[in-house]
Design a protein around this ligand. Structure first.
Ligand SMILES: *[C@@H]1O[C@H](CO)[C@@H](O)[C@H](O)[C@H]1NC(C)=O
Length: 125
């Protein structure tokens, strides 16, 4: 993936709001190499396709931790999530609905953040 593609596709996550391009690239490069996810899989996320793949989950988890949406205990940081998502979903009622529906703790941190991402994406428009 070239740099422009990467920037485009990680901007897709409301999570990167407020970061500089350098910060976004750094997070991507770190998480990309840590998780071992394939470019093809990662770029599918752009189309809203969250393939149920362990490496993709690791990528998203790494990402979420770096931007502060999830902490090291695997707990969703609801305030951070709300602040980031609020930049894409200005309607407070809708925002609260999404949080109530999507910020649900699952069995593992990977599952939690994967479900949150998929759920949030399905709710955005
Ligand atoms: C993670 O967040 C949860 C709830 O917000 C908190 O109870 C827990 O202590 C935090 N863990 C760490 C390692 O910061």
């Amino acid at each position: 993936m070239n740099k422009l593609t990467v920037l485009f596709y990680i901007t897709f996550f409301a999570a990167v709001h407020g970061l500089t391009e350098e910060e976004k690239m750094a997070i991507h490069e770190d998480c990309f190499s840590q998780s071992g996810v394939s470019e093809e899989m990662a770029s599918k996320v752009m189309d809203g396709v969250f393939v149920d793949d362990p490496k993709l989950k690791l990528y998203i988890l790494c990402f979420a931790k770096k931007v502060g949406i999830m902490n090291d205990s695997g707990d969703i940081q609801v305030d951070v999530f709300r602040a980031k998502l609020g930049t894409k979903v200005p309607d407070e009622v809708k925002l609260n609905e999404i949080i109530a529906k999507c910020a649900i703790k699952k069995g593992t941190p990977e599952e939690t953040i994967f479900a949150l991402s998929r759920c949030t994406h399905g709710n955005k428009s």
